[in-house]
Design a protein around this ligand. Structure first.
Ligand code: GLU
Length: 383
């Protein structure tokens, strides 16, 4: 942990792609239903950010709370699927509210429900990433929540568990610059401010160590699933992926605009590494010995000097057996590593299309995944 310094500047020039997580307590303002005024306040701010050209992904809780409110007069749902039933009813109401509020600003939103398996499974990971990036490209705002209907508490490891963690995974998935977790507490305090009047806000955390974790304690708040401890866990995941994180007070109207204008609000967690480094490390850790793609000198130059995607025409050789979604090494003609990336095609498919022009892929394969063998978004250059 360090003192506030110049490095904590939060200028919008630093942050182009931002994941904003809003919890149930903020969205309901502590009541038992969605608070449309609070939601409209957030939407107004996000619309301004969107107008300035920023890319926003919203991770929104509130489905279970909305479902519970909607079903409060019907017979109580019992047993294990209770939360799933509430979430199924509430998710559509939640999206309806967001959709309507954003439509007043002419902004399209896109519901994105993710399950744990979607980030653990390599093909799902790639599909989720590609879809989210494509949505950002068309200037839509993805609104993400856990797919509670298929995620059951009772099966260990089947859920993300809380949207704090999910938001950090999403930030990592899309290479966000910043993760903002809006909460009703307003930041990390030296002790639980609800219980200890002496508790003071910590504005800047350089590294999440045991002292920081101890301050977060195991506190849970109100109707939400998370608490400060889950937010610290999420901030740590963001930080090690090279994503800066801020825990900020969701109750302050205007907080998001203050953040992108560089004001010091809440607690800022510095990234422990650069995003590129984080991504490279992630790629290298998943590399295993799945496979290699050897490319000709034209493709090597396009990758190295022009930041282009790898196309089938430049591929000369395919080594190993890998599936679509696996991480592979890209080698030059001398066998030196040029880059690492997520393969869009399996080794078998790639052997069929190697050296061929992109237009021929559709004739050669029954299912084509586009012209890129490795998309530039999914590729990092080797040293
Ligand atoms: N997915 C849950 C919901 O929409 C919220 C989980 C959380 O708040 O962490 O109600």
């Amino acid at each position: 942990m360090g003192k506030a310094s110049e490095t904590e500047s939060t200028s919008c020039f630093l942050y182009r792609r931002i994941v904003i997580k809003v919890g149930t307590n903020v969205l309901t303002a502590g009541t038992d239903r969605l608070d449309l005024e609070v939601m409209a306040g957030l939407v107004g701010q996000i619309a301004r950010m969107h107008e300035r050209g920023l890319e926003i992904i919203l991770v929104s809780s509130g489905a279970i709370a909305a479902g519970r409110h909607q079903l409060s007069r019907t017979r109580k749902v019992q047993g294990i699927p209770r939360k799933q039933v509430l979430a199924a009813v509430g998710q559509s109401r939640l999206m309806q509210a967001w959709d309507q509020l954003f439509s007043w600003h002419g902004i399209t939103v896109a519901q994105t429900l993710l399950s744990r398996g979607d980030v653990d499974d390599r093909v799902h990971y790639l599909n989720a990433r590609n879809t989210l990036l494509a949505l950002l490209e068309i200037r839509a705002i993805p609104i993400v929540n856990e797919n509670d209907v298929v995620a059951i508490d009772e099966i260990r490891g089947a859920r993300f568990g809380d949207n704090d963690y999910l938001s950090a995974l999403v930030a990592n998935l899309v290479d966000a610059d910043l993760l903002v977790m809006l909460t009703d507490t307003g930041g990390l305090f030296t002790a639980d401010p609800g219980r200890d009047p002496e508790a003071v806000l910590i504005p800047f955390v350089e590294r999440i160590d045991s002292t920081v974790e101890a301050m977060a304690g195991g506190s849970r708040s109100g109707r939400g699933t998370g608490g400060m401890a889950t937010k610290i866990k999420a901030a740590r995941l963001a930080s090690t992926s090279g994503v800066a994180a801020i825990i900020a007070p969701g109750k302050n109207n205007g907080v998001l605009l203050e953040i992108i204008d560089g004001a010091r609000v809440g607690t800022f967690f510095a990234p422990a590494t650069s995003r590129l480094e984080g991504r490279k490390r992630w790629m290298l850790s998943g590399l295993g010995r799945k496979g290699e793609i050897v490319v000709d000198s034209g493709a090597a130059a396009a990758l190295r000097e022009q930041g282009r995607s790898l196309l089938s025409a430049g591929v000369t050789q395919v080594n190993g057996s890998f599936e679509r979604g696996d991480i592979v090494a890209v080698l030059d003609g001398d066998g030196h590593p040029l880059a690492y990336g997520i393969a869009n095609y399996s080794a078998a498919d790639l052997s069929t299309i190697k050296g061929r022009r992109s237009e021929q892929i559709a004739q050669l394969l029954s299912s084509g995944y586009g012209p890129e063998v490795i998309h530039r978004n999914n590729l990092v250059l080797a040293e």
